[in-house]
Design a protein around this ligand. Sequence first.
Ligand SMILES: [Zn+2]
Length: 336
Amino acid sequence: MGKAKAEEIAVTDIEYPILSEKFFASGDLLKRVGNLLRNGKVNQTLLLSGPPSVGKTTLAYIISAALECEKPTPFACGKCLSCRKIVKGIFPDLRYITLKESETGKMRTQIVIEQVREEILKAAELPPYEGKKLIFIIEPSEALNANCQNALLKILEEPPPYVQFILIAKEVSRLLPTVRSRCQEITLKELSFEETLKVAEKLGLKEAEKAAEASRGRIGLLINGEWKEYLALQEIIQNLLIFGSEIKYFIEVSSKIEELLDFPENLVLDETLYIIKEIVKEKNGVKSQIRLKKEFLDLVSKNRLYKQTKKCIEATEMLNRNVSVKLIYNYIYLGE
Ligand SMILES: [Zn+2]
């Protein structure tokens, strides 16, 4: 294959990481993936599952590049034309299928059947232009509704020999069992605190320990710097959990609730449950992994924390019923 012209490559600023060295995973995950690649054991229908920000998308690109690379070892070389095009997001045989805006300009919450027909089923009829494989990364694959998943069953069962599917899912339970059973599943997890700290140091983060605490194993947050927002959120939540029942802090607490409204609700609830767990741990004499306001922990009883846990769980249901978010936060954090 000839040398690429400069303008062919430099069309975008986004760089997709394709080198295994740029990937941080716990334990033997990378070794396992390397073995699958080396032995040609990557199933044509692959499912990468795991919580947010643990590297599922990055791994999808690493695997894709390895499958397309002209000289894989078994991971991508990063130098050949295919590799360079994948890094720049201009490789024609790597298709990223995701949520789109509707006609009204609002982001959809589902991948719709038209997309499945046009972007996957129809596209898969033709072999790759220049790659070894025609790869479809589908994320979030749980956004395929039952109708879409059913439409894909046949091709997932028996894909054309040149097709590779990589499904990415945070909530695998939303995939039909018939879909999931057709997939080779690789599950990614949050890293341990020690592993996270090592990565933070490797990345040269100044406040490595703080970053490791706030990100709690979600490596993506270290890489994109979002851990700072999480740290801020965790501090707000901790204040609310501890001081929410004290009438004398009412004004401060109310303004903290206003600040919470800037964050996605699911994230707030998720972090709240985590911090409750950490406070209870500390109260039981087990050292917590996050910085707690130890001198104030007596202000909040285990009984109150227990009630708040229950309220968080109820809150998900309340959100589904479109109860005002502020009302829900008042319910969780204020009063007894
Ligand atoms: Zn290469």
